[in-house]
Write a protein that binds this ligand. Structure first.
Ligand SMILES: O=C(O)CCC(=O)C(=O)O
Ligand SMILES: [Fe+2]
Length: 397
């Protein structure tokens, strides 16, 4: 497409008029994933609330060094590379998620729990049936109360991620801070190891970011950590149900509110993580409204601003991200309109969130601070601020 205009023989390009070659991109007639395009089944009556269930996280069965997964990756000619110190790893090599053994999957659960998010390129063989099988290995698949599911029958436990020329983003809808979320935390047993595959991606743009709850907890002073450990928060799906009410006047399940601890401990890693998100948390319990609003604002802002504890993934067709919704918040970017982007998420549920107290009681060991543990492994004193932080000795004296 040419954006040039002719002016007295000189060619001028209007930089503001450039929309690339993708304007008008839609799925087209021969789109290979047309049976997986979004569909909004409507109901006369909502389903009953989700039942409680017991679960033992697969990460408990992992080898602490992830030796089985490492061996499989090595055999496939690849390597596991960290994308930063705090969060995100990519598994390179010709490894196929659908071919992993149970032991390799257990190691993967641990890797995802430690790193927050793990990426695999080119997973074209992981069709939606295999993606669901992999998800079910980690926990019962969540059925979303209001988001679109694939057109094909029998996929009610899949969420469709989709945008095209008709999904012009509303610049007034959400701020960057508000876009960071953890999935469906309003549930009594919110998800753990979650799997998103994108089949169709823009040439550039519409990246996704993951921000670490472990690192955020670690960045706070000891007294503030203790304060947050004493708190719980309301997670609500009423806002999302209202936002979808035009399309779905009767949600597939009625909205609900659930109270979870603000500091959550991952059952396998034992690390403490900040477990609030701007998508679903409406207020802290038992503190004055202004204190709740300001504390939550600080935590939401921190998730969006801690660039050293955030990783960013630039998608290609067939990429898969596995993230642990217990210990990271994530946010898509919406900068690639009007490109076609299409993916599917399966969302295995996990345990009822564990507070520090309940973790220590249940597991008989102390919950840990991620950064302190990192320093301990390095044989160094932890970098906490209780000695005055970076204030020089002479100033303190
Ligand atoms: O579109 C994306 O990159 C992420 C969407 C999302 O929030 C999710 O799949 O949970
Ligand atoms: Fe999400």
């Amino acid at each position: 497409m040419s954006n040039a205009s002719s002016d007295g023989g000189e060619t001028l390009v209007d930089p503001y008029n450039y929309v690339g070659d993708v304007l008008g991109a839609g799925p087209g007639e021969n789109y290979p994933f047309s049976d997986l395009l979004p569909y909004n089944p409507t109901r006369d009556k909502s389903d009953p609330p989700l039942p409680y269930f017991d679960i033992t996280d697969r990460g408990h069965f992992a080898d602490p060094a992830c030796s089985r997964l490492n061996a499989a990756v090595k055999k496939a000619g690849g390597k596991i590379k960290d994308l930063g110190i705090c969060v995100g790893s990519v598994v390179e090599g010709d490894i196929k998620l659908e071919d992993l053994t149970s032991e390799e999957k257990d190691d993967l659960a641990l890797l995802v729990a430690r790193r927050g998010v793990v990426f695999f390129r080119n997973q074209t063989g992981l069709d939606i049936d295999k993606q669901r099988e992999l998800g079910k290995y980690f926990g019962p698949l969540h059925t979303h109360p209001v988001l679109a599911v694939p057109r094909r029958n029998g996929l009610d436990d899949v969420v469709v991620i989709y945008s095209d020329k008709d999904s012009r983003p509303d610049p007034y809808a959400f701020s960057r801070v508000e876009l960071f979320h953890s999935d469906v935390t309003f549930e009594a047993q919110p998800p753990g190891t979650t799997i998103l595959k994108l089949m169709t991606t823009p040439e550039v743009g519409n990246d996704t970011l993951w921000s670490s709850g472990y690192a955020l907890y670690s960045s706070l002073s000891k007294p503030y950590q203790k304060y947050l450990e004493s708190l719980s928060a309301v997670h609500s799906s009423f806002g999302q149900a209202l936002w979808r009410s035009e399309t779905l006047p009767t949600p597939r399940r009625q909205p609900l509110e659930t109270i979870h601890p603000v500091v959550r401990v991952h059952p396998v890693t034992g690390f403490k993580s900040i477990f609030v998100n701007a998508g679903f948390v409406t207020r802290l319990v038992g503190v004055p409204k202004a204190e709740s609003t300001n504390t939550l604002k600080f935590l939401f802002d921190s998730f969006a601003q801690q660039t050293d504890a955030t990783c960013r993934w630039r998608w290609q067709d067939g990429d898969v991200a596995l993230w642990d919704n217990r210990v990271v918040n994530h946010s898509a970017t919406f900068d690639a309109y009007p490109s076609l982007r299409h993916g599917l998420r399966v969302t295995p549920q996990a345990e009822r969130p564990l507070s520090v107290n309940s973790y220590e009681k249940q597991y008989g060991r102390q919950a840990k601070d991620w950064l302190e543990e990192r320093y301990r492994v390095l044989g160094l004193d932890p970098p906490h601020m209780d000695q005055g932080g970076s204030i020089s000795k002479s100033y303190k004296d």
